[in-house]
Design a protein around this ligand. Structure first.
Ligand SMILES: N[C@@H](CCC(=O)N[C@@H](CS)C(=O)NCC(=O)O)C(=O)O
Length: 225
């Protein structure tokens, strides 16, 4: 569907992926405005729109919207005719979908992000406690999620939606930081199903160019995932 959406973000950023997946699932056209040192005007807009200069930021119809989940919600409201909404219309189903989106963001993405951020720091400023704590948190959350996904195809409300927008980048990157144990088959299969979904496979492909920037924790080869 033709739109005048501009999405400010980065092809390697997990929170940008969430919105890209929603846009692609719903067949919405958009312009992509990459943020970074090579694009100072885009970066300046993001610095104004978001209190921490974080992305993604959506521009539509003279409005700037921040926070990935809110942007996905906004797209459902602004484009009700573009395929299935990412947040179920039924309010109780929507609660489950939002809950699972938050679980993937706060308990997976947040922990793996801390390890990655730590790896970006000069060697003498890295904090081994952060890495130990976050890795053991990931293991604990993996086990919880494996139980949650037992017998399910998608994480919430019986269909693909906002929870998957969050799960895809969170599980994709978390597995690089701390591999998901082999025995957690429900979770490993969910990750595989996500990566096979065309909207997600294309987002992963678009980000391949940037893989060298990922400071992979030792022992993990991103190209094997
Ligand atoms: N709660 C925000 C998190 C956004 C976020 O952490 N964005 C990261 C990229 S994935 C970012 O902007 N990092 C750059 C920075 O913090 O300067 C959301 O859901 O949109």
């Amino acid at each position: 569907m033709a739109t005048d959406i501009t999405l400010f973000g980065h092809p390697f950023s997990s929170y940008t992926w969430k919105v890209l997946i929603a846009l692609r699932e719903r067949g919405l056209d958009y312009d992509f405005a990459e943020v970074g040192p090579d694009h100072p005007r885009h970066t300046a807009l993001v610095n104004v729109a978001n209190p921490m200069g974080q992305f993604p930021v959506l521009e539509h119809d003279g409005r700037l919207v921040i926070e990935s989940d809110v942007i996905i919600d906004y797209l459902d409201v602004a484009f009700p005719d573009a395929g299935e909404p990412m947040i179920p219309v039924d309010r109780l189903e929507a609660i489950e979908a939002r809950q699972m989106s938050a679980v993937f963001d706060d308990y997976l993405q947040n922990h793996s992000g801390r390890v990655v951020y730590n790896n970006f720091q000069p060697e003498d400023e890295r904090d081994p406690h952060v890495v130990r704590f976050s890795r053991s948190a990931l293991q604990r959350v993996y086990r919880w999620l494996d139980g949650w996904m037992e017998g399910k195809t998608w994480a919430a409300a019986g269909r693909f939606g906002i929870a998957e927008c969050s799960a895809a980048p969170a599980l994709f990157y978390a597995h690089w930081v701390e591999p998901i144990p082999d025995e957690l088959t429900a979770l490993r299969n969910y990750r595989r199903r996500l990566l096979e979904r065309p909207s997600i496979a294309s987002v992963v492909d678009d980000a391949r160019y940037f893989r060298d920037y990922f400071p992979a924790p030792s022992g993990v080869d991103p190209d094997l995932s």
